[in-house]
Design a binder for this molecule. Sequence first.
Ligand code: ATP
Length: 595
Amino acid sequence: MKDLAHLNKYFFKYKYHLILGTVFIIISNLFGVIPAVVVRHSFDLIQGSFQVFNGFEGFNLQKDTYDLFASSILIFGLVILAAAILKGIFMFFMRQTIIVMSRLIEYDLKNEIYEHYQTLPLSFYRKNNTGDLMNRISEDVSRVRMYVGPAIMYGINLFTMFLIVIPFMLSINVELTLYSLLPLPFLSFSIYYVNNIINKRSEEIQESLSDLSTFVQEAFSGIRVIKAFVREQDYNDKFSAASNDYKNKSLKLAFVQSLFFPLIMSLIGLSVILTVYVGSIGILQGELSTGNIAEFIIYVNMLTWPVTALGWITSIIQRAAASQKRVNEFLHTKNDIVSGKNIEKEIEGDLIFEKVKFTYPDSGIEALKAVSFSVKSGESIAIIGTTGSGKSTIANLLCRMYDTTAGEVKIDGISIKDYSLSTVRGNIGYVPQDVFLFSESIADNIAFGNQKLSDAQIRQASDHANLTENIDRFPKGFQTMLGERGITLSGGQKQRVSIARAIAREPKILIMDDCLSAVDTKTENSILNSMKKIMVGRTTVIISHRVSSAQLADKIIVLDDGLIVEQGSHQELMGLEGTYKSLYQKQIQGEELSV
Ligand SMILES: Nc1ncnc2c1ncn2[C@@H]1O[C@H](COP(=O)(O)OP(=O)(O)OP(=O)(O)O)[C@@H](O)[C@H]1O
């Protein structure tokens, strides 16, 4: 329950909604009681009037009595109608305040979570899968909304209804009150119990449904492989099994749900029977009138829904607390990538790695072991090495996605940890190894690096990435949509859009993480050559498997298992007769063979 305390700040923010809502609930309940009292008077009036009416048998006064009686009943009817309308109006206001408040809190909470997600480091995203992140911001927030809206509303309703109705009942007859209220706690408990079973089974269904969706999504994303390996029948069988599981769970839920209403109805019926039975004894003893019984039946009906709601509210609160606990777990996750001095200044692009060690926190893999190198601003450096040697880790540390385990990364002689994150990342144009393009137009994907770009600037960035020629071939050119609703670019085209995006922001430091692996060596060289123009005045870090792209850099470092094994210019490394040279020869031979 203490997890729900996180929401108190929102109740405070929307206090006027809450206070007004409570007032509206009280007023609507008062209007709910009026008909019961009027019904008692009507019943008693009918009974009394009949005796008078019969007493005037044969006299003219009999008609007058009848008229008086009819007009009184009409007035009572109108009062009941007016009370019902007013109750309805105030119920409308009640929902317009409390349910609206819950929607506002839901909106704020979603924004709070989303904003917080964005501050969290990459390591957080490695640990938690996307489905989980999505669930907490959608499913869990919806459950929490059920607490801040309906549960609060029906909770206040229950409380005020009891405070208003019970004294009325007690003032008429204590014994009748006790008997008619007797089944209600059972009703509440049964609803709580059955509701919990329903929730548990619904969750199982939800899980089964999400398994089913994941299965279908994966099957159709990989349809090419399934068809190529003739695995359709196998997948059909797997789908039927998953679908069957979903069906069985749904049937189990339908069974409990079928019990739900008969259970409520029989307990309510029991209350009414007890009221009529005990009330009739009261009438025989002359303590009660028939009007009292009618009035009590209305009171019992009025209390039935709030009492039913009690069980429901309890299980909503329990679920909301569990959901808020999950939400809080993420909200309390702190971003450990914080700035010491928050320096914000123009940077030149001098890079220094000083005995940098780095171990990935989640896997414990030591990716870099005392790596030292430096690059002057405006120079280019190539990082080359076998897979898993730690090349991308260097890029991650430069973008400050992670902090070093030991040693220091410096930009312009100042520790990267002292700059504000936006200064570091705002000055870096990063082309990641795994290209990610948004489902937007090509122009929007390129301009992502700098939202204020003109069309001419977008075209220029695309020229530098050797991409324009390809784009001009699409009928809609730069406005061509990408992603599910658009076209699919080839691997090499995607990589070049990603390069254009990084160039477009005119960064001081450009990091290209193996981003030309999907183009052939010839295209790679022509891209790198055309990029030479834009590399002027920028520090460029080229991470690659290929010697062909490395040799264009002013400086090359060769990594092996987290250690720098060679460093220098292409000429110097060729002179060393070491790893670089043998890699060079192997790759040149490979290219010659493939020509
Ligand atoms: N996010 C991560 N969490 C845990 N371990 C990681 C993570 N990223 C990389 N590693 C591990 O760190 C080591 C270095 O990985 P890195 O990605 O830097 O290699 P790389 O040289 O860029 O390889 P490649 O050329 O295949 O991209 C590898 O052993 C890898 O398994």
